[in-house]
Design a protein around this ligand. Structure first.
Ligand SMILES: [Zn+2]
Ligand SMILES: [Zn+2]
Length: 582
């Protein structure tokens, strides 16, 4: 943690003490459990004799400020087990903790501030003046089981936000508001992109025609870029025998997350959690020579993983996730060239989204943790070479990269592409992973120049990653205002009056022929209403047609981003939009 981070954590931890002190003064029969600092503030769990309501948080907060003025410092006392048990004799939670700490031979300490004492290992502010009473705020309540176990008592958790300054607190709250406005679940509904049905099941999104168009636009753009580098599309079924995953190792890795399918025979089937094992079997379907390599398979295809219902969230955590997947099988000498090609695809794709700027992306060169070499499969010298290759590609391609130890997969090192969204949140999207394990597990081979059998190297790569998660990030990043090429509907033609409908429809036809996604609104609504509707749907451009435009064979172009308008001849307007689509 940085120094600033540590200080913040001390402030938050100290405020948790203050919260408990206030609650115990106001509700003397409440029993406190634990209260740590968290990444935006703090919380404390209590057992109340009568339920607490959120309206009472104001009173508690006032009490906290009052008590704070009586505190001078945090004073540390060491207690014997007996003393501690005596002091907390009415509190079963603290007793459980005391028993546990003593069993682990930990020193029992209590910290006192004012009249309030709490069992605690330390980590408070040195100087109480470091706590700014205008920079914290109690926010809400939640239920929480003691120690997170649903067999235990349900406690009441009081949450608070806390920062060093009031400005920081306000900035944080502003960002939260912004995030709420941009929530992809909200925008997805407004723009009619996807839906969920209780009959289908949670975590299984259904994409509407507009949402499917959005998906296809992403997939097609990736296919178009990578086909220049020799990728060929393949297709695989969505289930396979359990044996496939026992061989690949995914059976153990995914465990309970695997969806198992029972057929008519004794053979057990599994909904695929990954695509790599299937793709190895296409490779293995023919004898391969060094002359055939590299072989590059690509496929956007859905995987199924049984996430815990509590973990599911809109499109960001789903049970059916579509990977824009690709696998390269090559010789060790070809790795560098192939990784460079993948980096090129990623660069081109994210440049089109205006995200490939050194302020908005960085690459994690994820390598082994040198302290625990046993966590990784494969020979150490092969790992050294693989890590060196990735690092030299990162340098040659002038990527904004950092070497991160311990982030490699157990089967090989990787380049993970991290992107910052409009709210400064970071997401791992693209990835290039060297695999020094799977080809051997499946006995994949090729014949080298000397007629000897060799094991190929496998490279896993994803450009957008999981398409569902990618779309959730893009929807929030652009707040639904997608770039022109990614907009499901790009242009809408708006006739001013009914007499202009016929011309509007002719404009639509000529735009369609030019490959632009266009429609028109010839309803009986007022013109103002039509404009508002177009803006709500976040369509990038609308074309106004009235008497003047009909007469001069032109359109007046307005955009969602600016107030200005521009009247162009129909041919010129067509050319303008076609060039935007390139
Ligand atoms: Zn403490
Ligand atoms: Zn893979």
């Amino acid at each position: 943690m940085t120094e600033k981070g540590e200080q913040l954590s001390r402030i938050r931890h100290s405020l948790a003490h203050l919260l408990a002190a206030a609650v115990l003064e106001l509700y003397p029969d409440a029993k406190r459990a634990i209260g740590p600092a968290i990444d935006n503030g703090f919380y404390y769990d209590f057992e109340f004799s009568t339920p607490l309501s959120e309206t009472e948080l104001k009173t508690i907060q006032k009490k906290m400020k009052k008590i704070f003025n009586t505190w001078k410092k945090f004073e540390r006392f060491e207690l014997s087990k007996e003393e501690a048990l005596k002091e907390f004799k009415d509190n079963p939670y603290k007793i459980e903790l005391i028993e546990e700490f003593s069993k682990n031979k930990e020193v029992l300490t209590v910290y006192q501030s004012g009249d309030f004492r709490d069992l605690c290992g330390g980590g408070h502010v040195e100087n109480l003046a470091d706590i700014n009473l205008d920079a914290f705020k109690l926010t809400h309540l939640a239920g929480a089981y003691w120690r997170g176990d649903e067999q235990n008592t349900m406690l009441t958790r009081i949450y608070g936000l806390a920062f060093e300054t009031n400005e920081d607190l306000q900035a944080y709250e502003h960002k939260q508001e912004e995030a709420k406005k941009r929530d992809h679940r909200k925008i997805g509904k407004e723009l009619d992109l996807f839906t969920f049905s209780p009959l289908v099941g949670s975590g299984l999104p259904l994409f509407t025609p507009k949402g499917t168009l959005l998906r296809n636009l992403v997939i097609e753009r990736i296919y178009a870029i990578q086909s220049k580098y020799g990728y060929e599309q393949v297709w695989i079924p969505h289930i396979a025998k359990d044996e496939l995953y026992k061989t690949s190792g995914h059976w153990d890795k995914f465990g309970d997350e695997l969806f198992k399918v029972k057929g008519q025979t004794d053979i057990e089937f599994v909904m695929k959690p990954m695509n790599c094992p299937h793709h190895t079997q296409i490779y293995a379907s023919q004898p391969r020579s060094y002359r055939d390599l590299p072989i590059r398979y690509a496929e956007a295809t859905t995987n199924y993983r049984d996430e815990q219902p509590g973990e599911l969230l809109g499109l960001s955590r789903v049970r059916s996730l579509t990977q824009d997947d690709g696998h390269v099988f090559c010789t060790p000498e070809q790795i560098e060239e192939e990784v460079k090609k993948i980096v090129d695809v990623i660069r081109t794709f994210y440049t089109d989204l205006n995200m490939f700027d050194k302020n908005t992306y960085w690459v994690s060169l994820s390598v082994r943790d040198p302290k625990s070499p046993d966590n990784y499969l494969g020979k150490s010298d092969i790992w050294d070479t693989a890590e060196k290759i990735l690092e030299s590609v990162a340098q040659d391609e002038m990527l904004n990269y950092k070497r991160i130890e311990g982030e490699a997969a157990f089967y090989g090192p990787k380049l993970d592409f991290m992107f910052k969204d409009a709210l400064g949140r970071e997401w791992q999207l693209g990835t290039v992973q060297l695999d020094l394990n799977m080809p051997g597990r499946f006995g994949l081979e090729y014949t080298d120049q000397n007629g000897k059998k060799q094991t190929p190297v496998m490279i896993h790569r994803a450009i957008a990653g999981s398409l569902e998660r990618f779309l959730s990030v893009m929807i929030e990043h652009f707040a639904g205002e997608f770039p022109f090429w990614l907009s499901p509907m790009q242009v809408r033609v708006l006739p001013i009056a009914e007499t202009h409908n016929e011309y509007a429809l002719r404009v639509v036809e000529s735009f369609k022929k030019a490959g632009i996604r266009v429609d028109s609104d010839t309803s009986n609504e007022s013109f103002g209403k039509k404009v508002r509707k177009t803006k709500v749907e976040k369509i990038p451009y609308f074309l106004v047609v009235g008497d003047a435009e009909v007469k001069s064979h032109s359109v007046t172009i307005e955009s969602r981003d600016s107030e200005s308008n521009d009247t162009l001849k129909l041919e010129d307007a067509l050319e303008k939009f076609q060039s935007l689509n390139r």
